[in-house]
Design a protein around this ligand. Structure first.
Ligand SMILES: [Zn+2]
Length: 332
């Protein structure tokens, strides 16, 4: 006769098990030592080939869905490109004005209205300049496009030619200060036209874009449009891919662990990743750029800091190499 079968003890057992589960999850997310127990991800990173180095005279264009993506994925390699004599440009598709909880905190209000959300957009747009400066990128090599955060998929589907009204800001046209085309309607057509202007102006040799496997809708929508525009120019081979939203709480552990490797994102672990190793100085400046996004670090500092690692990852292809037998499923 088990004592656990006593009806009054059963709820305690479940509460105990639930607590254990939460503790295990917290340990996995936060403690490096737990991460080491799973898989051989660190060894896999060490075995990856080094990314092709940047060269003097190259023009590198970073396509960033939101303020901070450019720093999180690529803050180290953008410094390396410039140290090698390349020119680095950054274009942000949105000002990150869809994060209500963020506006509630930064605007000190419980129920942020459209004007609070627009204020957040302008604040985040200003933060891009501080982050870019920390990475050594001059302001005249940056472009804020200012389309709606969380709305890119709508722009390329239902709102390709008729303006989309963003639910949080109630805006249907670009309002962010310093935008490339102020007043441009929130349509796929207008965003595409802006991207073409950027490509014509920069004439990039290398374009850094989100991979299609990144599960944030704005990210994989931008991946699609970047592939489309570069293929049209017969320059799809100039694209290189990165991931921020890579699944399963990646990257773990959270927080600053700058000597740990950045492992392959679970959702895109079949891409032919290459490794970019960062020096301590590059990591320090990357962290400085992360912290320039004060509106974000107030909420998710530990997620953001987890991208300051010994290396960054870049894939020359958007899909796993053919012959792996996984291309169809992994490409979704
Ligand atoms: Zn993003």
């Amino acid at each position: 006769m088990s004592r656990l079968k006593t009806p009054s003890r059963r709820p305690l057992l479940w509460i105990g098990l639930a607590l254990l589960g939460v503790l295990a999850l917290a340990a996995w997310i936060n403690l490096p030592v737990v991460g080491h127990l799973f898989g051989r991800s660190s060894e896999r990173v060490a075995a990856l080939p080094a990314a092709a180095p940047f060269r003097a005279g190259q023009r590198v264009l970073m396509l960033s869905p939101h303020p901070d993506d450019e720093t999180l994925c690529c803050g180290g390699m953008l410094q390396q490109a410039q140290a090698a004599g390349a020119q680095v440009y950054v274009a942000w598709m949105t000002a990150g004005d869809g994060f209500e909880f963020d506006a509630a905190l930064t605007e000190r209000t419980l129920r942020p209205g459209p004007e609070n959300m627009r204020a957040l957009g302008n604040t985040r747009a200003a933060e891009t300049q501080r982050a870019a400066a920390a990475l050594g990128i001059p302001g005249d090599r940056t472009f804020m496009l200012g389309y709606p955060d969380g709305g890119l998929f709508r722009l390329f589907t239902t709102n390709f030619s008729s303006p989309y009204t963003a639910p949080r800001t109630r805006a249907d046209a670009v309002y962010v200060r310093g935008a490339l085309t102020p007043g441009a309607p929130f349509t796929g057509e207008a965003l595409e036209a802006d991207l073409r202007r950027v490509l014509d102006r920069v004439k990039p040799d290398i374009v850094l874009a989100p991979a299609p496997q990144d599960f944030h809708t704005d990210h994989h929508t931008l991946s699609y449009i970047a592939l489309q525009l570069m293929a049209e120019r017969r320059q799809a081979d100039r694209l290189r891919f990165w991931v921020i939203h890579g699944g399963l709480e990646w990257p773990v552990p959270k927080g600053i662990h700058e000597t740990l490797p950045l492992t392959e994102p679970p959702l895109a672990d079949r891409l032919p990743w290459t490794r970019v190793d960062l020096t301590p100085e590059q990591r320090a400046r990357k962290l400085e750029a992360v912290r320039a996004y004060r509106t974000q670090t107030e909420i998710e500092a530990r997620f953001m800091e987890a991208f300051v690692r010994a290396n960054e990852l870049l894939s020359p292809q958007p899909l796993p190499e053919s012959g792996s037998g996984q291309a169809a499923s992994a490409g979704e």
